[in-house]
Design a protein around this ligand. Structure first.
Ligand code: SF4
Length: 563
């Protein structure tokens, strides 16, 4: 009987980034280990995904005809609040245990302790308070509380960011998405056998679907598999049907700090479109055949009414045409002098207009400034009445965190595109002047503030030739990894294990700090004891299974052990 081994996109990529990373993350101590602190980008990305999942799940099979517009308007606010609650609950798992990027963590650690009197005057200056103000005493205590207070601040700031991103999506992106696509499935777990020796080999089926001329049960395949059944687990963010031509697309949400051309090009080569589509195509193919022969829908399929309708009307089994990437920008993190003064060490803050804004703290001495004390601007750059570009004067405007995200998003959402008046002196027709609202007291902005956090969706079309190469490469890689894991686990002492790891899971050393810091630097470059038992340090915990199939397999093993 074949040995079942689970894999997924993350662990395939992990091996390709660094062989040792794959071992530590997925095989160390039997199940793999993870940092006891959650990386900030991963925690925020996961929470935003959770919120978007709630939004899209409520839209499965929604029809844009009839009373669709009214329906969306009536339920949208309640749904938006539910999505925000789900997203923040997800983030709350990591309250007090968010891990900063190495550069930020190092900046914090390098801070020189500040004497109390200096701290007091810095605080008074940054907050515009008198040095005698009694309110400074409480802030001094907060600052001396140091790290704990910062952790709490960070959690609040990141919760606000997650809330802002989910609300912005609900208001500016959900409706256009639904006008173009029908949502058929959301976050549906699936598995397929990437490599196996069973008589009815799903791998052959997928090869046959691609018109490959050969069965997988040839000599090469038997030699390659060597008794393993490699099961690929996937969970696409959503499955969409184009309303214009009935073609299918997978949805992939991504959060990124900033955007550049390299990220756009990178998306073109992402394996997600290839890997996640296999399970969906295979499953929908089986459903289509069953529906068109027996017309019976099995209870366990969990098929939505919308999916049944769609498959029933199709003349042949569906294929996935492409993957649609939607990027949400979180903004970068930069040093914040006010916060550094407040906490007593170097602190960075999130530069996103969803959670920070400029408040008017003084007015020009001469003439009208066009704004009043306490007014807000979301953007430092603005357009003047004459269309010229300008910037806020830093002496009048102070950057500060947003205290009520929902109210601020309401202000940002309440923007209109302004038009100039007809100029009869030169006969100039009205022209667009930019976006205007209560969220930008001074001038106009080129973009709607909520649209500014979205990159236009990118569609990457699937290519059968690419898929064939990816399947063969991944199958061979994952069988090699399964064999390597078995060899390391068979080691009888720590020396033998160390040697097997060095041969079979070498340290790449080129991916430790770039593009992001690897969470295992403290294992790879530590002493013998840490390498032997990272869990004992308290810095790492056992990995949680992130797919249902693996979770069930683990609980089966636990039950076996308990007997
Ligand atoms: S610290 Fe470097 S060598 Fe170690 S697992 Fe991470 S990337 Fe690989």
């Amino acid at each position: 009987m074949s040995k079942v081994v689970y894999t997924d996109r993350s662990r395939i990529e992990s091996f390709q980034r660094c062989n040792r990373l794959r071992w530590l993350e997925y095989h160390q101590n039997g199940q793999g280990i993870a940092s006891a602190k959650k990386s900030l980008p991963l925690a925020v990305g996961g929470a935003v995904h959770r919120g978007l999942e709630v939004l899209l799940r409520a839209m499965i099979g929604e029809d844009p005809s009839d009373e669709w517009h009214g329906h969306i308007t009536a339920v949208s606010m309640r749904l938006e609040d539910q999505a925000v609650d789900a997203a923040i609950s997800d983030l709350a798992q990591y309250r007090g245990s968010l891990a900063l990027d190495t550069s930020e963590a190092l900046a914090q650690a390098s801070a020189v302790p500040v004497p109390d009197d200096v701290m007091r005057s810095q605080l008074a200056e940054s907050l515009g308070m008198s040095i005698e103000d009694a309110g400074l005493d409480a802030l001094m205590t907060t600052q001396q509380g140091g790290q704990k207070a910062f952790d709490e601040y960070l959690w609040r700031e990141q919760s606000a960011l997650v809330e802002g991103l989910v609300r912005a999506y609900a208001r500016r992106r959900l409706r256009p998405l639904l006008e173009e696509f029908e949502v058929l499935e959301v976050e549906r777990e699936g598995t397929w056998e990437l490599a196996g020796e069973s008589d009815s080999c799903p791998q052959c089926d997928s090869h046959n679907q691609l018109n490959r001329p050969t069965s997988c049960h040839d000599a090469w395949h038997r030699e390659t598999l060597r008794g393993y059944s490699i099961v690929f687990c996937s969970r696409p963010d959503a499955l969409l049907r184009s309303r214009s031509d009935n073609s299918l697309y997978l949805m992939s949400f991504k959060t990124a700090a900033t955007w550049d051309r390299r990220k756009e090009l990178d998306a073109q080569h992402d394996m997600q479109g290839l890997s996640e589509g296999v399970e969906v195509e295979r499953r929908l193919g089986e459903w289509w055949h069953q529906l068109h022969t027996t017309k019976i829908v099995e209870d366990g399929w969990g098929m939505s009414y919308a999916m049944r309708e769609y498959l029933s009307e199709l003349p042949s089994p569906p294929r996935i045409l492409g993957i649609r990437y939607e990027y949400l920008l979180k903004g970068y993190r930069g040093e914040d002098k006010d916060l550094s003064a407040r906490f007593g060490f170097k602190v960075w803050s999130q530069r996103s207009h969803l959670v920070r804004r400029y408040r008017a703290v003084s007015l020009p001495k001469k003439g009208e400034g066009g704004f009043s004390l306490g007014d807000y601007c979301w953007s430092f750059d603005y357009l003047r009445e004459d269309g010229m570009e300008s910037k806020l004067y830093y002496g009048h405007w102070k950057s500060e965190p947003v205290d009520n995200v929902k109210a601020w998003i309401d202000m940002l959402d309440d923007f209109q595109e302004a038009m100039s008046a007809y100029d009869s002196t030169v006969g100039q027709e009205p022209r667009p002047m930019g976006w205007k609202s209560r969220g930008q007291a001074l001038g106009y902005t080129k973009e709607h503030p909520l649209d500014a956090i979205f990159i236009p969706p990118i569609t990457v079309y699937r290519n059968d030739d690419d898929l064939r190469d990816w399947l063969e490469q991944t199958e061979a890689q994952e069988v090699r990894v399964a064999e390597a894991v078995a060899e390391v686990e068979a080691a009888t002492d720590s020396d033998e294990e160390r040697s097997a790891l060095n041969r079979l899971f070498p340290m790449t050393r080129r991916a430790c700090e770039y593009p992001t810091s690897c969470s295992f630097v403290k294992v790879c470059y530590a002493g013998e004891e840490m390498k032997r038992d990272p869990l004992a340090s308290g810095l790492y915990v056992r990995r949680q299974a992130n797919h249902e199939a693996e979770r069930e397999a683990w609980s089966g093993v636990e039950q076996e052990r308990g007997r």
